[in-house]
Design a binder for this molecule. Structure first.
Ligand code: GDP
Ligand code: IMO
Ligand code: MG
Length: 409
């Protein structure tokens, strides 16, 4: 771990390389203990990051998974869209577990507030589409619509009375979508949030982050969503509405690009996707079902079964090109333990289908292994194949959901 930490340097971003749920939360939690500041930069409560500590499951949607580390400042960046009741709920869960967060929570004044009505618009837009995107219905797209249209409300206005704004929006939304906005409910949510979060909204995110940098504080940014869901570089229109890449993380957290010293690409040892859109290496039959069962592939946010299939290495190359991964974390290797052989997408055929290279499986339990040399030789070969194809060192390998179930190379 010491050598890895040295190589990571002062500012590290943890970025999903596929379609999300790669296990970003787990690696963030593990690394957070060695960093000074833990941050989320973009996205909202469409994220679901599950970590397992001492056998206990914790699910984060807005706070970074590193929030369990008691003494670390936690920053929510300008790129985020924040559903206030969800945030209050997460804070309460931590407090109930004896973990105080309010005094170390620092929220950007430029982060947007995601209202209940954004969720209603999300639902209405999904119903209207001939082929739905399969959004999480957490209101993400509509909140970013308001942000881009410059009709949104940012955290800096938390203390204001927003009744006039909400009444006006209610009128518009009734006419356009036939949605009945519950203005009283929105106002009550705001009042509750104001009481709890008043002192957590900082004056300026750029100033805060510049101060951390000048004091040589080590900063860990937990990405949300993933590269193939990025609004610009993902499989549009089957994407989310934020910038999910390393560059997006820096933009969202107000750090200069040159400040980033390393970027960890988080890659599931196979592949999953929730929602619609192409998935070249998908296994719709029994093998996919097997991966889903062994990997527990059900969404942490919506409970939806995740579509399962194999790793597609050209996609990993694309993600590497976009993010400049300096290290990879291959997660959930243990889920493949029972496979006879493992197909790896290595290219695309003439009619657009995936072409595969198939590696032999290892048919041996790897769960809980913490040393690379203790892995079965075929598992080592599998990792090395990915490493060679992508050209990025695999420095971390997940062998189970628990905090300690990881190989650091
Ligand atoms: P995130 O959104 O990228 O943080 O990933 P999620 O938390 O949504 O999904 C990853 C799931 O896999 C979680 O339930 C984790 O507890 C679990 N997980 C993470 N790493 C491993 C691993 O190495 N092995 C196994 N079996 N489970 C893992
Ligand atoms: P984490 O951070 C997996 C997917 C949705 C849908 C598309 C658009 O846990 O990896 P949205 O609600 O964002 O408008 O939905 O993006 N999606 C995710 N899939 N993990 C996520 O986050 C996701 N966040 C959004 O399923 O296909
Ligand atoms: Mg997730």
């Amino acid at each position: 771990m010491k050598a890895l930490l040295k190589a990571l340097g002062g500012v590290t971003a943890v970025i999903g390389a596929q379609w999300g749920d790669e296990g970003k939360g787990k690696v963030t939690d593990i690394l957070a203990g060695h960093f000074d500041v833990i941050a989320r930069a973009a996205g909202g409560a469409n994220a679901g990051h599950t970590i397992v500590v001492d056998g206990k499951k914790h699910i984060f949607h807005l706070l970074p998974a590193g929030s369990l580390h008691r003494d670390k400042p936690v920053v929510l960046g300008s790129g985020m869209v924040i559903h206030l009741p969800t945030l209050l709920g997460e804070i309460k869960t931590l407090e109930d577990a004896g973990i105080e967060i309010i005094d170390r929570l620092l929220i950007s004044p430029a982060a947007h507030i995601l209202f209940e009505f954004h969720k209603d618009i999300d639902g209405a837009l999904e119903e209207k589409r001939t082929r739905g995107i399969g959004t999480t219905r957490r209101g993400i797209g509509p909140a970013y619509m308001d942000k881009a249209a410059r009709t949104g409300i940012r955290m800096e206005r938390l203390a204001e009375n927003l009744k006039v704004y909400l009444d006006e929006r209610a009128g518009d939304l009734r006419r356009v979508y036939g949605i009945a906005v519950n203005v009283d409910q929105e106002l009550e949510n705001l009042a509750r949030a104001r009481e709890k979060l008043r002192f957590t909204v900082v004056e300026s995110l750029p100033a805060l982050m510049a101060d951390f940098l000048s004091r040589k504080k080590k900063i860990l940014i937990e990405g949300a969503q993933a590269t193939l869901l990025d609004i610009d570089h993902g499989t549009y229109p089957y994407v989310t509405s934020s910038s999910t890449t390393a560059a997006g993380a820096l933009q969202g957290i107000a750090l200069p690009p040159a400040a980033l010293s390393s970027c960890i690409g988080v890659v599931k040892a196979y592949c999953t996707r929730v929602g619609s859109g192409d998935f070249l290496t998908e296994e719709t039959g029994e093998r996919g079902e097997g991966l889903r069962k062994r990997g527990g592939e059900y969404g942490a946010t919506t409970g939806r079964p995740r579509r399962c299939g194999w790793l597609h290495l050209p996609d990993l190359k694309l993600s590497t090109a976009i993010n400049g991964f300096t290290h990879l974390n291959i997660t959930k290797l243990d889920v493949l333990d029972e496979e006879e052989n493992i197909p790896l997408g290595v290219g695309t055929g003439l009619s657009g289908e995936a072409s595969y290279e198939t590696l032999p499986g290892w048919k041996t339990a790897t769960a809980g292994i913490t040393q690379f040399k203790k892995l079965p030789i075929n598992a080592q070969k599998y990792i090395k194949f990915i490493e060679e194809f992508s050209g990025v060192p695999v420095s971390l390998i997940g062998t189970g959901p628990g905090r300690e179930e990881i190989i650091v190379r």
